[in-house]
Design a binder for this molecule. Structure first.
Ligand code: BTN
Length: 251
């Protein structure tokens, strides 16, 4: 199975804040844990070919087979009051969606707060963790389905990959570089200007907009993302701002 060309990655990341130090491993439990041990080291990036205990939101397993997809975590710099891990997830998701759309030519949307979707299928997930002290920065983990063509039964209806959507294979180095360039730019913008610009761009790319959804006990219509990054759900003329949870479409 082809390994990533690390030299290509190093030179492509020159000048970015992400990737000032890069670790590349064949296999480990989760890139999240390895990166977390390195806090605070802004720009540290760890990429794995496979994970034996890859994790997603709410303790879900993130399937991480070898050689076809991308699994990585990086560390941000210190975040100020405006930059909660919650809002940084949106900046990262926006950057990933922009990169994926540029690579595939297919419209990429963000399903609040941490999924990136193509043609109503999830192709990437984002996980943000911290040691509790945001001034040390946070760990941002990304899993992106690039060339994988098979999924376990329970994911088959919901997940996809760049290769399945476009019917062609992608060079993983190119995908990683495009992704990190966009994500780096969006995080920088977020840190310098606050969440306003990110939220405006996100509202142009919001999956399930105007659709009926369930989120926990609440049923309503997706109205948009608020200035602080919360999801606004409209129900009987009342807007409720949601700060955590999984949005499920009602079909
Ligand atoms: C989600 O549930 O959507 C978030 C998935 C995040 C998966 C990535 S893969 C790289 C990093 N290491 C992990 O264990 N998880 C994240």
């Amino acid at each position: 199975m082809a390994r990533l060309d690390l030299e290509k990655i190093r030179s492509g990341l020159a000048g970015l804040r992400i990737g000032t130090e890069i670790d590349y491993v064949e296999e480990l439990p989760s890139t999240m844990d390895r990166a977390r041990e390195r806090l605070p080291s802004p720009g540290y990036l760890i990429i794995a070919e496979a994970q034996t205990a890859g994790r997603g939101k709410r303790g879900a397993v993130w399937e991480s087979p070898r050689g076809e997809d991308l699994y990585f975590s990086f560390l941000t710099g210190p975040l100020d009051q405006r930059a909660s891990p919650f809002a940084i997830t949106l900046a990262v998701g926006l950057g990933i969606a922009e990169a994926v759309e540029a690579l595939t030519g297919v419209e990429a949307l963000v399903k609040w707060p941490n999924d990136v979707r193509l043609k109503e299928r999830k192709i990437a997930g984002i996980l943000v963790e911290s040691n509790g002290d945001f001034s040390e920065g946070v760990v941002v983990g990304v899993g992106l389905n690039v060339n994988r063509r098979t999924f376990p039964d329970e994911l088959r209806e919901k997940a996809s990959s760049l290769a399945l959507i476009t019917e062609r294979r992608f060079e993983r180095e190119e995908v990683l570089l495009r992704l990190l360039q966009k994500v780096d730019a969006r995080i920088r913008e977020f840190e310098e200007r606050g969440p306003g610009h990110i939220v405006r761009a996100l509202n142009e790319r919001l999956a399930l907009l105007n659709q009926r959804v369930r989120i926990g006990e609440l049923i309503g219509r997706v109205y948009g993302v608020s200035g602080s990054g919360a999801l606004m759900i409209e129900s009987d003329g009342v807007i409720t701002e949601i700060v955590a949870g999984t949005v499920e479409p009602i079909v």
